[in-house]
Design a protein around this ligand. Structure first.
Ligand code: AMP
Length: 246
């Protein structure tokens, strides 16, 4: 697909960058002056386990997966300070957004980044050994400071996972959104059309939601299979709420 000035990508400034006060440095390298990209959305997010698991769904089952989830949730960098566990989520917009950010971010592995692209953001990252119960090294955790969407398709999935449409100015939105006409409540991995005690209202008539999310909720409510998993839809509505998932 040809690039357009409306291309978008998701960046997460991860807990290791926040802990090391590298946020300003990262934002400088990603600034419009360097990348030609503009902010389309930005927020501070306390990452729930549900959001972390949905974001990294493709890595489920890998040896580094449990550490990856704890890392993005801030468990390693703020073990005793839950109030400091957060990431900064940003939608950048502009020509070749995905490639522009990936170029400044550099290779995923900080050692490779230092070798191949000194000066890129991830060249400031670290590798932490992962050990089994016997103390043997079974892999490494890559503390690489930022997440950057890998492809435009991944960017769409990730932006819809982290952001609601109304967190992006209307003229900057590129994915279909519409006004919801129904109530959708959530409890224990199920969707309901009416309030039941203990449920959370995800959407109400008049709310603006991603078209794909509304379609998924309608299908799931009717007991039909949905390409978008329920937790992918739900995770962003439980973001920054007081809830059991936190
Ligand atoms: P990716 O989906 O390739 O962006 O990877 C997501 C994150 O998973 C990376 O930023 C790393 O923190 C971590 N990761 C990816 N591959 C590995 C690996 N082979 N070993 C350890 N961590 C990894």
């Amino acid at each position: 697909m040809p690039s357009s000035e409306f291309d978008q990508t998701l960046v997460l400034i991860k807990p290791d960058a926040l802990k090391n006060s590298l946020t300003g440095y990262v934002l400088s390298l990603l600034s419009e002056f360097h990348t030609g990209l503009r902010f389309a959305g930005a927020k501070v997010v306390h990452v729930t386990r549900m959001l972390a698991e949905e974001h990294y769904a493709e890595h489920r089952g890998k040896v580094f997966y449990p550490a990856l989830i704890d890392y993005i949730m801030g468990m390693f960098h703020y073990p005793n300070e839950p109030h400091k566990r957060r990431v900064i989520a940003i939608v950048y917009q502009g020509f070749n957004a995905v490639e522009e950010v990936r170029s400044v971010a550099g290779p995923t592995d900080p050692h490779v980044a230092r070798e191949q692209k000194p000066g890129c953001i991830r060249s400031l990252g670290t590798l932490v050994p992962l050990r089994n119960a016997q103390g043997e090294e079974i892999g490494r955790r890559m503390d690489n400071l930022i997440h950057a969407s890998a492809t435009p398709q991944e960017a769409e999935r990730e932006i819809k996972l982290w952001f609601k449409p109304n967190e992006i100015p209307p003229h900057m939105r590129i994915y279909a959104a519409r006004i919801c006409e129904d109530h959708f409540y959530y409890k224990d991995d199920r969707v309901f059309a009416e309030y039941i005690p203990g449920s959370v209202c995800l959407l109400a008539p008049g709310d603006v939601a991603w078209e794909t999310d509304i379609q998924a909720l309608e299908l799931i409510l009717r007991g039909q299979p949905s390409a978008v998993p329920l937790r992918t839809v739900v995770a962003k509505y439980l973001t920054n709420e007081i809830c059991n998932e936190c």
